[in-house]
Design a binder for this molecule. Structure first.
Ligand code: NAD
Length: 290
């Protein structure tokens, strides 16, 4: 079994990005600048945003964190987005999800200038991705492609089962892996909460991407020998033995599945760090395009 080490791979990517930034600076060009808007005080969201800001510092980007209270109205948030859209120093920005219930997420994502949409969530970028045109790829699927590519995992002609059809992971993953591209050319099946024969499908899969958000859902008896496993899930599970009171669990029962897998991502240290690295990659791209 080979561990698809997202931590090591993302560190390597960050070094590559840092080298590009150094070069830009030496040439007297603009330093990439990423901004993030965080609404409210959700613990997981704060952790994610802080990791993104830290990652910016590490590669030499400028970063701006805009923290807004949970009572922020939709109109106030749209105004902040408008300011970032117009700010020529900001190359790209993200609005950390989920947003408080009184704010229409779709409306907010639509307000982001597609040229600064480094999360790749705007319909213009989603449409371009679907047509295989240059665009910002959503960071999590992009990170998974990069990981598969860097570990030379063969995907061409393989049966891929993606569990989950969300707009940010499952759906784009299914589109990208079925396209004519590196880490693509696969025969893709998208499974979701209404899928009836999931175990049967998984047992035929050469590659499984688990993105459903149910801890340790995929177990050893559901996979075949030699399978490649990408575990996207991150759920905080209560754990009194940990100082912080919880542990992070993936969607895969690592112990039983890893015994049969040829390649597998750990949680933590798999897809998560790759997502952050690809956000930086998209920001660098946005800056170079500017
Ligand atoms: P989501 O909640 O939006 O979607 C879950 C999907 O799983 C749905 O499409 C649903 O149909 C499907 N599903 C639910 N129960 C199922 C079942 N029993 N069988 C088959 N399918 C089922 O989730 P999301 O936003 O895509 O996130 C999924 C997980 O990935 C979460 O744990 C999230 O925290 C994690 N995540 C991690 C990263 C990362 O960087 N590592 C990024 C995004 C999301």
């Amino acid at each position: 079994m080979i561990l698809l080490d997202g931590k090591a791979t993302s560190n390597q990517l960050k070094e590559e990005i840092a080298a590009s930034v150094k070069k830009l600076k030496l040439q007297g060009k603009k330093t990439p600048h990423l901004a993030a808007i965080l609404v409210g005080t959700d613990g997981a969201s704060m952790t994610y945003v802080n990791s993104k800001v830290k990652a910016c510092e590490r590669v030499g980007f400028n970063s701006t964190l805009i923290e807004l209270p949970s009572e922020t109205t939709e109109e106030q948030l749209l105004n902040e987005i408008d300011l970032l859209n117009k700010d020529v120093d900001i190359d790209g920005f993200i609005v950390q999800l989920p947003l408080p219930k009184h704010i229409d997420e779709q409306k907010v994502l639509m307000a982001v200038n597609p040229d600064k949409d480094v999360d790749g969530f705007h319909p213009v970028n989603v449409g371009k991705m679907t047509l295989d045109l240059p665009c910002f790829l959503p960071a999590t699927p992009y990170g998974i492609l990069e990981l598969l590519e860097r570990y030379n995992v063969e995907t061409s002609g393989k049966n891929v089962v993606i569990i989950g059809r969300s707009h940010i992971v499952g759906r784009p993953m299914s589109i990208l892996m079925s396209q004519k591209r590196k880490a693509g050319n696969a025969t893709v099946t998208v499974a979701h909460s209404r899928t009836k024969n999931l175990k049967e499908l998984c047992l035929q899969a050469d590659i499984i991407v688990a993105a459903l958000g149910i801890p340790e859902f995929l177990t050893g008896d559901m996979v075949k020998e030699g399978v490649t496993i990408i575990d996207v899930g991150i759920t905080r599970v209560d754990d009194a033995t940990k100082k912080r009171g919880y542990r992070l669990a993936g969607d895969v029962h690592f112990e039983s599945v890893s015994k049969k897998a040829a390649f597998i991502t750990p949680v933590p240290g798999g897809v998560g760090p790759m997502t952050i690295a690809m956000l930086l990659q998209n920001t660098l791209l946005a800056c170079q395009r500017n």
